[in-house]
Design a protein around this ligand. Sequence first.
Ligand SMILES: *Cc1c(COP(=O)(O)O)cnc(C)c1O
Length: 373
Amino acid sequence: MTAAFRERVVDLDAVSANVARLRELVGTPHAMAVVKADAYGHGAVECARAALSGGADWLGVAEIAEGLALREAGITAPVLAWLHDPEEEFAEAVRADLDLGVSSRSQLEAAAAVASPARPAVVQLKIETGLSRNGIPESEWDAVVARARELEVAGLIRVRGIFSHLSNASPDDDRAAIAVFERALDRASVAGLQPELRHIAASAAALSLPESRFDLVRLGIAVYGLSPFGRASAVELGLRPAMTLRGRVAAVRRVPAGKGVSYDYTYRTEKETTLVLVPLGYAEGIPRHASNRGPVSIGGRTFRISGRVAMDQFVVDVGDLEVAVGDEVVLFGDPATGVPGADDWAEAADTINYEIVTRLGGRLRRSYTGGAR
Ligand SMILES: *Cc1c(COP(=O)(O)O)cnc(C)c1O
């Protein structure tokens, strides 16, 4: 397939295979594929379908709007949404059969307010266990679980799950958070709640801390074939990166030694050489911070960006390599095929692979390979 001018290609078979592989590694009764933020830039609806066909039985999103978009696309699998606008009324979410992550007494009351015994709100209580984000703090556990039980008896609420999220600060910090979580589960049980789903692990803990797995793991980055621990481990875990970011050479020019390149001339040619113009810039989410560092594969060889990343484009000094306008340029893909990986870009931009794939956008076209389409 010829590359488009600027595009990310997502291999849906890789998404399915990664989920199948992860299910084998973690062995939990349930596995949620997290498809928030447009599936980390990979396309929420397509990746949700691919993840379900790979064996995920839950989908996770941050916002209700993201869950409604899955429903509008015809996806009927269970969906949990956990980060809400303070004005959110939950009526549409309950109608659409989304599970609501509930992080406070007021969210619990708001969910009950739009529910009826014919259509109870299905909630999963989020417990604060150390991360200091949302979640019910220990001082409020007893009051919230007692109220949840009361609403359950009244037929307005069903508490399907209790969950939390880990810091990954260290295995000991995560074990301490799990101990807090277990105390919250005890308090819920004393109040009469019987949640089917207890969950706390995202990709990192699911893969490295077996005692974090409970009934379900919430898998995000690993579904897309990237490791929460970085480059080497993705291969060891048997994961395949799903996204390839590529474009086509927009211009080629031969220049003498001493030529300044791109804004501020932070790069100058050392000898007569060939400069190639690549039409992806920070408008597409290419980090300007990776100027003079980001790796690019052209003609089967890997080069570094020369000079600043601009809004629409950047330049690469390819020496004496023969390059023609229209040739394919790969910024990252599956390193097993000899191209740079998202992890190399993360290193070049002093960030994490999550941010590299999720920040992409602008004028990038997105296309898919594989999948049952
Ligand atoms: C984003 C997110 C996840 C997925 O995290 P990964 O590290 O990408 O696996 C899981 N749970 C919650 C609550 C999240 O916000």
